[in-house]
Design a protein around this ligand. Structure first.
Ligand code: HEC
Ligand code: HEC
Length: 342
């Protein structure tokens, strides 16, 4: 009898312990449930732009997944815009089926993953900030103007008619990417990585070695790239030569090129695990941007020359530094001087 009593006390205690454990676990899961996957209780719809918890730790904003496009009110246009960003050459390149106005590159070659990759030049800062004043043109630019800028410079082409279905689609998609971002803010991970400056000039000769070791296997001899066998899109896009971006493009500025490469190249690299050191990125940028490429008349750019970025490689300048130093650095003295003047 005593034994039985003893056993039932033990049993009771065990039940208690179990119940408490279950409660504690449930409460913990509930409290730790990451914000991104919490669901609105009144809705069975998943939250748009559900985020990856790992990436959220350092506050990097992730653009919405393209599987949400069909939910947009202008879904067909947004979907066409994504297609144009991803396969520009098929529609607008030298053998394009809609128009032949650009050099055969895809927007996605530089705006990775259809313009949605963190620190891969994504479009998340466009919807909340345009129209905006840009010093390069000295005017307030809308999204159409900015898209045409990349077509005329990065794709070395002719601008699209603002009323065209293609332009409307580009704009619809780019705005869709950043639709959730609060007005006036720049989400972390938009655009390009800012590298630490070097105290020396970037060196094309050193950069050539970086290129041979890390890039040549894909981008090829003379950085001329390689096309897919059908001959329309690039398997490995050109970094220099007649099919590449022209001297008016963003990547022709050393800090833009180096920042892009640091977090994205060799292909597959992410900002969480860069392959090149900052020095290697600066030097390979110097090497590539010392190679021949298409030119462009830039005489209308930066009507106020004092607003030229430190690494804009064409004078005249408001400071006393040479075109050579504005192209390759060292940039710190230039930045310091411009701070003093402002
Ligand atoms: C050769 C590389 C390259 C290609 C190809 C390219 N771009 Fe760009 N684009 C850039 C760079 C570099 C920037 C400026 C990024 C910075 O300074 O942070 C930029 C900026 C932009 C911006 C402004 C982003 C912002 O946050 O203000 C838009 C919009 C844009 N590009 C659209 C396009 C579209 C559409 C295409 C294809 C028709 C395209 N780009 C093709 C390199 C490229
Ligand atoms: C494994 C192959 C591979 C390697 C290695 C590689 N790239 Fe790329 N690179 C690509 C591909 C593919 C793209 C286009 C990405 C896309 O469309 O999604 C690209 C795009 C680029 C672009 C933007 C588009 C353009 O043509 O201007 C630049 C700049 C670039 N790479 C530079 C480099 C540099 C510098 C290195 C060496 C540090 C490098 N890449 C190494 C495959 C590679």
């Amino acid at each position: 009898m005593k034994e039985r009593q003893f056993l039932s006390i033990i049993q009771g205690t065990l039940y208690c312990v179990c119940a408490v454990t279950v409660l504690v676990v449930a409460a913990t899961v509930f409290i730790l449930l990451p914000e991104g996957v919490t669901q609105d209780e009144n809705s069975t719809e998943p939250v748009v732009g559900v985020v990856d918890v790992e990436a959220k730790k350092d506050d990097v904003w992730l653009p919405p997944d393209s599987s949400f496009i069909p939910k947009a009110s202008n879904a067909a246009l947004v979907a066409y815009g994504k297609e144009l960003v991803s396969h520009t050459a098929v529609y607008l390149g030298p053998r394009g089926k809609v128009m032949t106005i650009s050099n055969g590159m895809n927007c996605q070659n530089c705006h990775l993953k259809s313009g949605t990759k963190p620190f891969g030049n994504h479009y998340g800062a466009v919807a909340p900030n345009y129209p905006k004043f840009r010093a390069r043109s000295g005017t307030i630019e809308n999204v159409e103007k900015r898209v045409n800028d990349c077509i005329e410079r990065s794709l070395n082409g002719q601008k699209l008619d603002t009323g065209s279905r293609e332009m409307k689609a580009f704009v619809a998609y780019i705005l869709w990417v950043g639709q959730e971002v609060p007005k006036g803010s720049i989400p972390k991970g938009a655009g390009l990585w800012e590298l630490k400056p070097m105290d020396r000039a970037a060196d094309p000769a050193k950069g050539m070695y970086v290129y041979q070791k890390n890039c040549l296997i894909c981008h090829g001899e003379n950085a001329g790239g390689e096309k897919f066998p059908e001959g329309i899109e690039w398997k490995y896009p050109p970094l220099a030569g007649e099919n590449s971006y022209n001297v008016g493009a963003g990547l022709y500025r050393l800090s833009r090129f180096a920042g892009f490469v640091k977090t994205n190249m060799p292909h597959g690299t992410t900002y969480e695990k860069a392959v090149l050191t900052d020095e290697e990125a600066w030097d390979v940028a110097a090497y590539i941007n010392s190679l021949p490429r298409p030119t462009r008349d830039l005489s209308q750019d930066w009507p106020d020359i004092s607003t030229k970025p430190f690494d804009h490689p064409f004078g005249p300048y408001a400071d006393g530094f040479s075109e050579q130093q504005h192209k390759y650095g060292p940039f710190e003295p230039i930045k310091l001087a411009s701070k003093k003047n402002n």
